[in-house]
Design a protein around this ligand. Structure first.
Ligand code: 2PG
Ligand code: MG
Length: 446
């Protein structure tokens, strides 16, 4: 007998992401008629080791970025392989697709194709059972009985690097509203900081050339540290306090995205400042920043394969803020890969993992990374990509999987606000039933 949640049909299409680049959309229909759909994101500063998107490569349409081959794979090979399989058994479904692809990076069928099915199946299974997606995600993680947990947001204010025409080398400067008492209040604080920072930039005559890819400010700045100074003044302008270690103020998170400016002979090239640094020199520079500014999290402080530097960076920078814990977050370094995380744990490299489902290629693989991270006392930040859609499944995963933190971009642009709004709505609907991770989350295992 087929179960209600057996997959009956898959339908896929080529959608557009927030950069106007094609991405895969997919709908899964189950035996009981329940439907779930999903569109998948795409990065600009991608790590070498992440799962592979399949793009058409013909220069004629969308400059080769079309995803019609991936769409055809969903409706052809993948549909044939998963038909009649149980959408409620996420692990088995994802395993089947991984076997079918047969490559480590899922590049044959496309990680974009596979993830779209993985997520759409979860959405359909949740609907079939009359559950919210976060509840289904909690069940998937074996945490059904626990209170849902709203994550602390890490919110983009200033961008450089690959997200803003490389006006500065460092990619993203974000705020973590440590002292806010709820998710909604944290977003309100971040929104005020964005406005305050825009005012400070305007007063200093620093032109904001563009709204960056994730909705942050993309100013032309003379040096990377100028962004930190301006951000601090922006926080104060917003009437908020810089984090002083008591958890009441606003902390700064930086995505250095160091892979992006690491050259072949092993140097970190700060083009905006015409400087070339060794790994040790970059660590020293960042330690200086941590001593001067209220930095609570450093993402990709070093390049993706700088395995010598990462343990040192973790040792030095993890406590570079006079006794305060600093989160050392691996993005391109871990690429949401269990194997790389294991190596990192063994090497004592980093103390936190950025989790991007499309780096892994399936929901189950991403969930395995969250679980392993927590068991090794690494904190987790669920993250959107710089190329996103209006879809909101990421917000539900953060709550159900209890990742504790989430990074989605700035407080404007609909593909960003869609996720914040989903979390605000969940917080309001769940009321006292839900917890809010709060600012202590970043140092929960320290
Ligand atoms: C990152 C992400 C999101 P991208 O580097 O953390 O900010 O960017 O999606 O371009 O990799
Ligand atoms: Mg990053």
């Amino acid at each position: 007998m087929t179960s209600d949640t057996a997959i009956s049909t898959l339908h896929a299409w080529q959608a557009l992401d927030s950069r106007g680049k094609p991405t895969v959309g997919c709908e899964v229909v189950l035996a009981d008629g329940s439907r779930g759909d999903a569109t998948v994101p795409s990065g600009a500063s991608t790590g070498t080791h992440e799962a592979r998107e399949l793009r058409d490569g013909d220069a004629g349409r969308y400059a080769g970025n079309g995803v019609l081959k991936a769409v055809a794979n969903v409706e052809g090979e993948i549909a044939r392989a998963v038909r009649c399989r149980d959408a409620a058994d996420q692990a088995a479904l994802d395993r089947r697709m991984r076997e079918l692809d047969g490559t480590a990076g899922l590049g044959r069928l496309g990680a974009n194709a596979i993830l779209s099915v993985s997520v759409a199946a979860a959405v359909a299974a949740a609907r079939s059972r009359g559950r919210e997606l976060w509840e289904h995600a909690a069940a998937m993680a074996g945490r059904e009985g626990e209170a849902p947990l709203l994550p602390v947001p890490m919110v983009n204010i200033i961008s450089g690097g690959a997200h803003a025409g490389r006006s500065i080398d460092v990619q993203d400067f974000l705020v973590v509203p440590l002292g806010a008492g709820s998710f909604a209040e944290a977003i309100e604080w971040a929104s005020r900081v964005r406005e305050g920072t825009a005012q400070v930039l305007a007063e200093r005559g620093l032109p904001v050339a563009l709204v960056a890819d994730e909705g942050g400010l993309g100013p032309v700045l003379p040096a990377n540290r100028t962004a930190l100074e301006v951000l601090c003044r922006g926080i104060e302008r917003a009437g908020l306090a810089l984090d002083g270690g008591d958890g009441r103020g606003v902390g700064i998170a930086i995505d250095i995205a160091a892979t992006q400016f690491f050259d072949r002979d092993g140097h970190y090239v700060l083009a905006a400042e015409q400087r070339r640094l060794t790994s040790a020199e970059l660590i020293a520079e960042l330690a200086q920043w941590c001593a001067e500014f209220p930095i609570v999290s450093l993402e990709d402080a070093l390049a993706e394969d700088d395995w010598e530097g990462w343990p040192e960076a973790t040792r030095v920078l993890g406590s570079a803020r006079s006794g305060q814990h600093v989160q050392l977050l691996g993005d391109d370094f871990f690429v949401t890969s269990l194997d790389r995380l294991e190596d990192g744990i063994t090497a004592r490299a980093a103390n936190a993992v950025l989790v991007k489902p499309n780096q892994a290629g399936t929901l189950s693989d991403a969930l395995d990374v969250v679980r392993r991270a927590h068991s090794a006392r690494y904190t987790t930040v669920l993250s959107a990509r710089s190329g996103e859609t209006e879809d909101t499944w990421l917000a539900d995963l953060a709550v159900g999987w209890r990742t504790g933190q989430i990074k989605v971009g700035s407080t404007m642009r609909s593909e960003r606000t869609a996720k914040w709004n989903r979390l605000i709505r969940l917080e309001s609907a769940l009321g006292g039933k839900a917890g809010y991770a709060g600012g202590r989350e970043l140092s929960r295992f320290a």
